[in-house]
Design a protein around this ligand. Sequence first.
Ligand code: 2YG
Ligand code: MG
Length: 259
Amino acid sequence: MALLTPEDLEDLLNKLNMNNNIIKEATGMDIAQICEAVYGTTPDSRKVGIVPITSGNGIIGNFSSSLLAITEYFGLEGFITEHPDITGYHQAVANGADIILMADDHIFVAHNLRNGKIATNHVCTGVIYSEIASRYKHTDSKDVLVIGLGRVGYAGASHLVEKGFNVYACDPNTDFMNKAIEELGVKAFDIESPRKFSMVFEATPNANTISEGMIAERCLVSTPGIPCALPDELVEKYDIDLVMEPLVIGVAAMLYSVL
Ligand code: 2YG
Ligand code: MG
């Protein structure tokens, strides 16, 4: 998994607004409405305690402040603890946090202390980005392509199968591929006999994972992956609706999922 950099998080709410416009045009709903539809919750007066974590590669500049901005954007109250780690966790609880947000290099969690619900960024990101892809209104097809079957991709593929889509998937890791075929019943997408998709959910840490053989003219590509899965020239040539944003959409899904 690639770690976020402070630069990824610059201009975050601008990036969100641009993506929200694309999502609205492509699906007829904005990100908050899609989260409501998936999780059946609406933001209330819950207070979110954000705890910086120093383990591993340590604190990422702009990370906690971005989480606070996202929390407030979706209508919840939030605060960042003065101290990191266990001391910060204690401060968050002592100061009345209902929901804790914190991340080390492996797991990023939202934990609602009132109802016990806990969510991870990887699952919520997979669910919400695949959901966005599946709501593309410029197609009647039920076929969707999932690129990458790591933690995020697998969660998205699973969500799409549950929703009744025909899921095609690819990953260079044959263990990941076999697991998704056996457990989820996805079909292997074969680059040798390509088909063109109107809905693509991409979840890899790599650039240029999407090639011309995979995409239909006018399609939706939904991806949390940095760097971008699509070469710039393809976005123009195929009139692609591209949803790609580094943090907000996944965190929105985490918050809605624990409310
Ligand atoms: O508290 C801090 O500042 C750090 N301990 C945060 C570390 C987060 C590491 N995780 C990532 O960089 C991302 N892969 C998380 C996923 C968000 C984007 N989809
Ligand atoms: Mg990528």
